[in-house]
Design a protein around this ligand. Structure first.
Ligand code: MTE
Ligand code: MO
Length: 260
């Protein structure tokens, strides 16, 4: 036995076959238990770490945040979501999710409140929005729940809206926030994604005004993100250098960026 240990931990070229097998077998088990122990200990440690509000433990959240930074860096105006011929768009389009759409709502008094950085508020009507240059997009809309559908939308580029309304100070901030008029649903979006050329303040679906359950009178369409971020029926718009609140990220720990 003493010999075996000596053979294992010292270099010895004169071992016979049986001794060699014994040595290799011992080393295999030895390292198996060392690594299994380390993995188990690591897992215990990970689970014992404090969680963020979304129930993701802090070290995992750190990795997610690092990933987000990488994807953030990859996103640029040069990366456009693929567009399709309008003829391929689903009609009618599938409607999904009605948070913030159930409260009593009067289309005649609707305005979008744009809460500026200094605190004063612009009240924007649907007619104001329609005066801006119109853009259409037909793309594959992807829901995080696993379905996708090619759909056609019309509206004004968010970036053009920001420029036309002199919101350059706001556009220079890090995050955009949008909520429904009743504040039940809300999304937080990093500004580079909001300013992406395919992001629309949208008022048409298949060339028609948005149906009520798809966000009449105005919704966001943001093709660089999963569908969760395309909030229907915008009430308030606000800006911040800190992350703005986000329904699914805050309640369920979904990835804040939800980028594609
Ligand atoms: N106000 C509001 N907007 C919302 C939702 C919602 O529940 N309420 N659901 C989101 C999700 S998860 C998806 S996939 C899309 C669905 O858009 P659609 O109904 O036009 O298909 O809207 C997003 N915007
Ligand atoms: Mo979704």
């Amino acid at each position: 036995m003493a010999n075996l240990f000596k053979n294992i931990f010292t270099k010895n070229n004169k071992l016979d076959t049986n001794q060699l097998i014994a040595k290799k077998t011992f080393l295999s088990f030895f390292f198996f238990f060392v690594f299994a122990g380390a993995a188990f200990w690591g897992w215990k440690w990970l689970r014992s770490q404090p969680s963020d509000s979304g129930k993701t433990s802090a070290p995992i959240r750190k990795v997610l945040d690092a990933n987000e930074k990488v994807f953030d860096g990859l996103l640029s105006d040069k990366h456009l979501t693929k567009e399709y011929p309008k003829s391929l768009a689903a009609n009618p389009a599938r409607a999904n999710g009605n948070l913030g759409l159930k409260s009593a709502f009067d289309p005649n008094t609707w305005v979008m409140n744009v809460i500026k950085a200094k605190g004063d508020t612009l009240k924007i009507t649907l007619d104001d929005i329609k005066k801006l240059p119109k853009t259409e997009i037909t793309f594959n809309f992807k829901c995080i729940e696993g379905w996708s559908q090619i759909t056609n939308w019309g509206g004004v580029r968010f970036s053009e809206f920001m420029i036309k309304y002199g919101l350059s100070e706001e556009a220079a901030m890090k995050y955009l926030g949008l909520s429904t008029p009743d504040k039940e649903y809300y999304v937080g979006i990093d500004m580079p994604s909001a300013m992406h050329p395919q992001t629309l303040l949208c008022y048409e679906l298949n060339g028609q005004p948005l149906p009520m359950n798809q966000g009449y009178p105005l919704r966001l369409i943001i093709p660089v993100k999963y569908g969760v971020k395309s909030i229907k029926r915008i009430g308030d718009m606000y800006f911040s250098n800190e992350r703005t609140p986000d329904y699914w990220a805050d309640k369920k720990g979904y990835d804040y960026f939800s980028g594609l």
